[in-house]
Design a protein around this ligand. Structure first.
Ligand SMILES: Cc1ncc(COP(=O)(O)O)c(C=O)c1O
Length: 360
């Protein structure tokens, strides 16, 4: 039997992704899996609109390929742009992959600003591209001067820059002046707006003037549809047309299309939940700030990055898991002393605070 070997240069650096084993965590905490308080992946604790469940329960189109026209129209209306700017994707994740595949040749470079979302590095490596690092400032804000130096030193090999606004894990929005400054660089600037519904100013207004701008959005956070995998890119019509040429024709599944249309039918209620989460974010920050060994950082997202003083953040993550509460520890050096806590429902946040106080 011939043994085949992959010829991928970065396989040694890639690890399969293993999400937390919820059954084991629940068993160890002595709670039912459905009673776990999941504040680990910035999902929406209110879930999607109830219309989504109703729509999917009676969905009778599964045998057909999806029709994207109604969804494209609804998303373009929501984003406030003509249809020609929009490309749908299988989660924002897939749009990261498509943009790297389109703009970066193997061996060329992607610029990433750590600490940041891990998928940029993953897809750069998967696509056989180099990664150039332009770390954030000490206060976790973006360092445009540092990014410019990295791009200049790359001698034209840096082809795409990823910035997140508002940031994951920083929680900070990037001012539009900074984005405009970065748009002067000779590469594609991708602004990941996965959390834009929770704060910050969208870069959409810059699209008419900048052909090298790409914006990523998702239905995973504000709309509570993370499990259905729906995202989209906003680009100039010229770039959107290029992405359309390499987009798999049926990359978004029919259930996601139906769920997103139901979300738009119930937009006021879904947006009211977003507003509740924004209020709850402030209450959670105040409660965390009252614990003297925690320092919650400012947030314009649906999570609160929190510095842990004088103890190991890993022990906090473990202690909370034993109480059935999942939060995220981080490994990047600038945030290695932090935990990232997704804003939950009020009663979930209260349970989190009780569990943290029990550690005092
Ligand atoms: C900054 C950022 N971009 C993109 C995503 C992924 O979005 P999706 O679920 O649509 O792939 C996330 C999810 O955590 C994120 O934090």
């Amino acid at each position: 039997m011939p043994l085949v070997e992959p010829s991928h240069p970065y396989l040694d650096r890639l690890e399969p992704y293993h999400p937390p084993d919820l059954d084991t965590v629940a068993q160890e905490a002595g709670v039912n899996r459905n009673d776990l308080i999941r504040l680990v992946a910035n999902e929406n604790p209110f879930g999607p609109s109830p219309l989504v469940a109703d729509t999917l329960a009676s969905f009778d189109q599964i045998q057909f390929h999806p029709d994207y026209r109604p969804l494209r129209e609804a998303v373009a209306r929501y984003a406030g742009l003509p249809l020609s700017h929009l490309v749908l994707s299988n989660g924002a994740d897939e749009m990261i992959d498509l943009l790297i595949r389109l703009f970066v040749e193997p061996g060329e470079a992607v610029v990433i600003c750590p600490p940041t979302f891990s998928m940029y590095e993953l897809y750069a490596r998967v696509n056989r591209c180099r990664v150039l690092w332009a770390p954030c400032c000490e206060d976790l804000s973006l360092d445009p001067g540092g990014i410019e130096r990295v791009v200049q030193r790359s001698d034209g090999e840096a082809r795409v820059l990823f910035v997140v606004s508002p940031g994951n894990p920083s929680g900070l929005a990037v001012p539009l002046e900074t984005i405009e400054r970065l748009l002067e660089l000779p590469l594609l600037v991708v602004v990941d707006e996965a959390y834009i519904e929770f704060g910050g100013e969208s870069a959409v207004s810059l699209l008419p003037r900048h052909d090298n701008l790409g914006i990523l959005r998702t239905f995973s956070k504000w709309a509570g549809l993370a499990g259905l995998r729906l995202g989209y890119g906003l680009l100039t019509p010229r770039l959107a047309d290029f992405v359309e040429r390499i987009r798999p024709p049926y990359n978004v599944n029919a259930a996601a299309v139906a769920a997103a249309l139901a979300t738009f039918e119930d937009l006021d209620a879904v947006q009211a939940n977003v507003a509740r989460l924004i209020e709850e974010r402030q209450r959670l920050r105040d409660l965390l700030g009252a614990i003297d060994w925690l320092e919650p950082l400012p947030s314009q997202t649906n999570f609160v990055l929190t510095r842990v003083k004088g103890r190991d953040p890993g022990s906090v993550v473990d202690h909370l898991a034993q109480s059935g509460i999942l939060v995220r520890g981080l490994s990047d050096p600038q945030v290695a002393d932090c935990v990232r806590i997704t804003v939950g429902r009020p009663e979930q946040n209260d349970a989190l605070i009780d569990a943290l106080r029990r550690m005092e």
